[in-house]
Design a protein around this ligand. Sequence first.
Ligand SMILES: [Zn+2]
Length: 119
Amino acid sequence: MKRSLKIEQHAQSKAQRLLAQAHALGLLLKASVVRRRFRCGKPNCHCAHGKRHQDLIVCRLVRDKTQTIRVRTGREPEALQWQKNWKKFNRLVEKLTTEEIRILSLPKDKTNVRYRRRG
Ligand SMILES: [Zn+2]
């Protein structure tokens, strides 16, 4: 087998594994997730003198405007997990691109049936 074909097959199978990992990630949140600490303003509340309240804010840019929402109580783990998934997804896409660049820089092997055009 030609060396370039071997390299291509290796890159192709690595790319398939990366795609499978990306697919298995689940939901992706392409946004900033920020923990916010605040005082509610009620004079008798504990936050006035001690520990502040905290919530989770999700921000993203939509057509050059920042969309900001407060994550509903109980949904914080989802927001954090989905954002983590997005970061993992980006790393996988980087690795996938590396394999694609590797493949594209190899000579096209006409004997490789898998990539031959039909018709
Ligand atoms: Zn308060």
